[in-house]
Design a protein around this ligand. Sequence first.
Ligand SMILES: Cc1cc2nc3c(=O)[nH]c(=O)nc-3n(C[C@H](O)[C@H](O)[C@H](O)COP(=O)(O)O)c2cc1C
Length: 212
Amino acid sequence: MSDIVQAHRLIIAHHFLDGKDSILLISIVYDSGFGHTARVAKAVAAGIQEVQGAEAKLIAVADGLIDWESLERSDAIIFGSPTYNGLISARFKQFFEDSTKAAWTEQKWRNKLAAGFTNSGAQHGDKLNSLVSMALFAAQHGMIWVGLDMMPGNSSSTGSADDLNRLGSWLGVMTQSNTDQGADITPIKSDLVTAAYLGRRVTETARRLQPA
Ligand SMILES: Cc1cc2nc3c(=O)[nH]c(=O)nc-3n(C[C@H](O)[C@H](O)[C@H](O)COP(=O)(O)O)c2cc1C
């Protein structure tokens, strides 16, 4: 999103807020080697922006400099990584390690909401390990983990890959990308809609937790 579009969104949000609610900032920190997880991150951002007065900030760890100040201001941080070798990517792990000095020592993220998503090539692909790493990381930061409250799809005789949560995850969102297709085609729509749902859920939960 361009700075101008983002500024417009904020002005509109301020205009429609009833005075009691304030702007929510939800950051998505993610890695993506080939664009598939980036696509999921954008879907999560779209879900966040469905909530009135919410701003989504995408932070790609590959860009180098992490905006630690924005993360400190965020009401929630959503983590996203591809599953590589059954765990989060090396770049994403580097972000975890760098956060020790930038945030952990002073517990700057304590009591913020956290959630996660991961994308891989295989249907299963050992993705759970990546989500567990993110949830543990969040717990070490004193954050409050928000899971996926969605019934598993594609798990009955009438189900299909078009079902939301088609990979049946609760800890966070799991998406799958065919390894011979680009990020313009895969992951499929049901995965992206599930990711958007998580973004909306985290944002609505943050709204509920705002002090009166
Ligand atoms: C180094 C490496 C390791 C991978 N390990 C796994 C794995 O453990 N499980 C899996 O299902 N897919 C694995 N894949 C496939 C990726 O998860 C898949 O291509 C994913 O869509 C990449 O997302 P990205 O485009 O955001 O990097 C691996 C790919 C790479 C490059």
